[in-house]
Design a protein around this ligand. Sequence first.
Ligand SMILES: C[S@@+](CC[C@H](N)C(=O)[O-])C[C@H]1O[C@@H](n2cnc3c(N)ncnc32)[C@H](O)[C@@H]1O
Length: 234
Amino acid sequence: MVGISHLGVNMWDDVYKSSECYWGLNPNGNLVQSLSLVPKGNVLDIGAGEGRNALFFAKHGFHVLCLDISQVASTKCKKLAEKLGVSIDYEISDIRKFSSSPCRFSCIICSAALPFMKKNEAKEVIEKMKEWLVYKGIILISVFTTEDPMYKTYLDEGLKEFENETFFDPKIGEYFCFFRKGELKKHFSNFKIMHYSEKCFLDKHHGKPHRHGIAEIVAQNNRAKSLSDKLEKE
Ligand SMILES: C[S@@+](CC[C@H](N)C(=O)[O-])C[C@H]1O[C@@H](n2cnc3c(N)ncnc32)[C@H](O)[C@@H]1O
């Protein structure tokens, strides 16, 4: 993570203390475009940070549950919600330990929260998210790809891969995982893909401008309604 290079402290709390609104307030454009497709109900924002996406849904009348490991992010998001006169629930929780009943959420957002764990953990979380989504619900996920310069740096530095496309960065004290070309999309073969992109872009939102390789998917749960009903009953 640009500008953060130390061990033993909560990296994310430090990130959120370092600026007024680290990721800005604009919601993800693909979510804005998908708004009309989201069935009324509950929204789950995983790794919600300061809540730029969560607040957008709260403003549109959805009940929103945010999850994040950062207490600082939670405090900032709640203050923003108060200012906007909307209400959100915010749980300090690690997504790897979070559990939910099936078919509970109309929309699940997981914007750039999966890169900070092992690949196998990220994949498990993806499969769980799919079960938590209602029939016709919308999911948005973005991950780092092997086109990300960080991946190439780790390889060049000779850092040992912990498991497939997962590295433990000793300077930061975190695992990072990267998805191969087309890998994220493969998890959604039984969903309707509304948007899929893989690109390398210049990130000017925080720290020094730097490049990121990102894959992003927006998909709709079109698995047979009977399957969603079955999951709900189990
Ligand atoms: C790159 S930021 C993205 C923030 C927000 N989703 C956005 O798009 O503006 C990643 C967020 O994921 C959170 N995070 C990282 N690992 C997490 C985990 N295991 N469980 C829950 N949240 C996590 C971090 O605290 C951070 O707020």
